[in-house]
Design a protein around this ligand. Sequence first.
Ligand code: GAL
Ligand code: ZN
Length: 690
Amino acid sequence: MTTGLARLTDELGMLYGGDYNPEQWDPAVWREDVVLMQEAGVNLVTVGVFSWSHLEPRPGEYRFGWLDEVLDLLHGAGIAVDLATPVASPPPWLGHRHPESLPTTADGTVLSYGSRNQFCPSSDAYRAAAAAIAEQLAARYAGHPAVRMWHAGNEYGQVCFCDRCAERFRDWLRSRYGSVDALNAAWATTVWSQEYGDWAEILPPRVAPYHRNPSQELDFRRFGSDLLLDLYREQRAIVRRHDPDRPVTTNLMGFFGGIDPHTWRADLDVVADDAYPDPASPDAPADAALVNHLARGLAGGGSWLRMEQAASAVSWREHNLTKSPARLRAEVLQALAHGCDGALFFQWRQARSGPERFHSAMLPVAGADTAVHRGIRALGAELRALRGLVGGPVHRRVALLWDWTSWWAATQVALPTARLDPLATLQAWHRELWRLGVVVDVVPADRDDVALDGYDLVLAPAQYVLDEAAAARLDAYVAGGGRLVWGPFGGVADGLSHLHAGRSPAPLRHVLGVSAEEWVPLPDGGSTVVRAEEGVDEGLGEGPGTAATLGERTRSDGADVLATYGDGPLAGCVAVARHAHGAGRAWYVGADLSTPGGGLAAVLRAALDGAGVPRGGQVPGVETVWRGGTLVAINHTDRPVPLAIGAALRAGPAGVRDATALTDVRSGARHDVSAPLPLAPHDVVVLAAG
Ligand code: GAL
Ligand code: ZN
């Protein structure tokens, strides 16, 4: 099957370009732009994301001449267009004529126009206007030879608590629960006298005197995601009517809580993601890899597209460090190694005005004679040379479970601790895996359309919500010979935020062979974790070490106890255990061991070894990834590294393990695998087997 993305890359190779906002510039600048784009190797630009007021200055009054000219100009220069429907930022006339189209926050504040994203997703006026402008664009430009992809809206994520959204929320609840009685049961409204007698009484979780109902909050999150998906689908359907062939997508934002991308993926012809790793964070390379693994997981393991990134600094953090061209190249090639088939930026030309005037771009305000732009040109040339990577499968054998339901529920108020941040836990586990040289897919536990049996190891660092169906899938996976590692405070609640009854994790304790009776936040400084006799064989070393934040009062119900708490409120309880279940094994890690000296790495290493998953890493800060028969070696550090590639080779796909030499894709030089590979600071070397 040719995917939406392959339809573009088959023709264009690696995609290269970015958001292009010609409405901010004179036509003379457009001409300079296309020449510079050609010189930089740009082959795709996203046009029109924020052009609504320029296309429709007054309701129903259209101005398309400038866009006709821009598209023709780009096409004449051989640059393809990802044409946006500009519905992320309605013109002032909409808010002015239809104040009810503006969004309302949970405390009742109505947000004004004068920025962007100022719409209520339920507003009939907004929806009609958004449909009308999409209709105009699709009718006019479907079939335009420049237009190869459609981009609906931008970074969907708006939330609104107005009366119209309340009505829509009630409709959504009606179709989910059928009756007010069923809703009362689902939301456990007997708690605090919240029983509803009539649909009309039900509201979004607006600001209230004290904690709100967690089931109501969770449903409102789902509803919000579905409501925006509805808007996206409306746009896509309009485009499709005029242009049935070209892919339609929108840009996701990695670990963004506003929508559940797993419920969107079937409607996205291309998985496109925006990412802005913070150059100030020492964990940026590992965390960027995690976002890439999420995108690939969303793409079902296939190719995806980086729709936005910064050429150097962003302007929305408090303090915005720049990125060197070498570092940018390392980030881009890292994404390519992880299954990305292109590099698009926000934006092509740096704005001189407006809120984003200090945000970097492919073409800085200082012009083409700049290090940033020279780096962009060199990258464009290199991407052409890397065309062979397009569509290649990323070699990975491990899955990391993560889903939005669980994230949403585990970040609600009034938990045993507010200090166990699930995303931080996921990142902490992944950073260890990254350091061990293990590539993972991020996949959701809460969907039945993701097959786990292809993975040698499945890790669940923060699976707070686990319903019976998801537990049954994990049970079957382990029983069938799979290996599972289960983290702390997992399997606690169901999909309505109700706690499971019985010893925890109730739906999975027979798989883990342990059960807990109490969740126990640990005192500052944590508790020691002591290796048990059985832990010796498992290679747990002297550790594990220290448990922080939260543990569980756990006993073994048949699992081998590998480590126990040495002191504190859980002294003597099970901290780490391993259990045979069917043909597989499950590991239980009952506390947060991810702090420095915590010992998480030892546990993960042992689980990887037990699952027969080779570890590719040996030099801190150096990442090696196999995409097809190509090894991408990335030095994320600012020092030169001689890399022994034997470990990377052993961790590679079957066909490459016995290779004696690899070919440098850039220079054509042969590299003997027994010799160390010299990697300059922030350098990336791409080596092809055979
Ligand atoms: C994205 C957005 C772009 C631009 C960029 C700046 O969130 O889609 O329009 O604002 O951030 O980093
Ligand atoms: Zn609203």
